[in-house]
Design a protein around this ligand. Structure first.
Ligand code: PHE
Length: 414
């Protein structure tokens, strides 16, 4: 049940054929958990602010309701980019959507005149359901620009930053191929693009050492790799080896001149990055389930204090309830979007809310004679605060099945 008129932060929006927002999503708008002083996201956010220091402006909050022009076009996303699909993004209607990343505000913030800035916000993406995915999460965007006249000081600053990074504490593997498959923009000379990239890498390496460097045994392993974003070139991703796994930290690169042009900035150049806060907070605070960031249970928030990274002590884990849901997909009609796994996940989220812990496609086959497709999903429910009753889970699953039948004309398989 998509909402037919949406009231989001006190404003009414009329739905249309693109609308795919349900109550379970719109209810997150305005919660602003990242502004609660003892929330882990807020603690991490402040820690990053303090690394960059007072020369960086912390840009005040902006509404998550943006236009596709802000979220995509202003950043040179091509018209057929997969991120624009209704299966991946939340649309209020054809005119408005929920931002999928903090980059949606790059042009705006550059146009406001900020040269060094950090901006944190809630972002919205349709995705799978498990302990590390939530359709609403937080990103921080950071950027720094240099004017033509400031560029001369950049090489010296980089040399300084280089000496400050202790090579005993950090092991950097730089696999980037700037200038080759990761092109420098035609308007930049090679020295400039390289110096900006070096400054970005040094600034972020310093941050990573501050966040992860306290684990002890041996230097922190950091890996820089090539990436692609329509709004940076060259582009990079960085990963950190932490608690036995490579963890994706952020996307970044040299800001596209097209972005700066839209902000009315002609003779400046610089870098930008966008990092996801939840994944980092989960490992630093040892938070086992991403849903906990949205809980109002005092036993969660009570555990944390501003300025301190402390391990979460799980309160008792209640037993899960697992149900399988099998159905035949309708025959696909030409011009009609086929059923997407995210459609299933959104229905489950809408009906089960924060009681759903995990959804997996466990079987997917085509009937040998008719060619019709069948899907079987395993849904795991669990409450973070009490024992979930069987009857309650049964009602939720029945409701999910009914919704699937009415919205997607699927045929239940018992
Ligand atoms: N917005 C990008 C994302 O969400 C990250 C990014 C930000 C990349 C800034 C480059 C520059 O994946």
């Amino acid at each position: 049940r998509y909402l037919s008129t949406l009231n989001i932060s006190g404003k009414d929006y009329v739905s249309d054929d693109l609308t795919n927002i349900r109550q379970s999503i719109s209810s997150h708008v305005g919660r602003n958990v990242y502004l609660l002083p003892n929330h882990p996201i807020s603690i991490l956010n402040s820690l990053i602010h303090s690394h960059f220091g007072p020369t960086y402006t912390v840009v005040p909050p902006k509404s998550p309701i943006v236009t596709p022009e802000q979220n995509f076009d202003s950043l040179s996303f091509p018209p057929d980019h997969p991120g624009r699909r209704a299966s991946d993004s939340y649309y209020i209607n054809r005119q408005w959507m929920l931002r999928t990343h903090t980059s949606a505000h790059e042009v705006e913030v550059f146009a406001e005149g900020h040269k060094r800035w950090l901006f944190t916000a809630d972002v919205y993406r349709r995705d799978e359901i498990d302990a590390s995915h939530h359709p609403v999460f937080h990103q921080m965007e950071g950027a720094r620009l240099w004017s033509n006249t400031e560029i001369s000081s950049l090489v010296e600053e980089n040399r300084q930053l280089e000496t400050e990074l202790s090579r005993q504490d950090i092991l950097i593997e730089d696999l980037t191929t700037i200038g080759q498959s990761n092109p420098i923009q035609p308007c930049h000379d090679e020295m400039l693009a390289r110096s900006i990239s070096t400054n970005l890498k040094l600034s972020i390496n310093g941050l990573l050492l501050k966040l992860f460097g306290t684990e002890g045994n041996g230097p922190l392993k950091v890996r820089w790799i090539d990436a692609y974003f329509p709004f940076t070139s060259p582009s990079y991703e960085v990963e950190v080896f932490y608690q036995g796994k490579w963890l994706e930290i952020l996307g970044s690169g040299v800001v596209a001149q097209s972005t700066l042009n839209k902000a009315g900035i002609k003779s400046e150049a610089g870098w930008a990055f966008g990092l996801g806060l939840e994944r980092i907070a989960m490992v630093l605070f040892q938070i086992p389930d991403i849903r906990l960031f949205w809980t109002t249970d005092e036993r969660f928030l009570q555990q944390f204090q501003p300025g301190l990274v402390t391990s979460f002590k799980p309160y008792s884990k209640y037993p899960p309830v697992t149900h399988d849901v099998s159905f035949w997909l309708p025959v696909v009609h030409e011009g009609k979007a086929p059923f997407h796994e995210n459609d299933f996940c959104d229905i489950v989220r809408d009906i089960a809310g924060e009681l759903v812990e995990d959804v997996k496609l466990i079987d997917n086959f085509a009937h040998p004679q008719t060619g019709r497709m069948s899907h079987c999903y395993r849904i795991q429910y669990r409450s973070m605060g009490r024992t979930l009753r069987q009857e309650e889970a049964n009602l939720i699953t029945q409701d999910i099945k009914n919704q699937l039948i009415t919205m997607f004309s699927v045929e239940s398989r018992g």
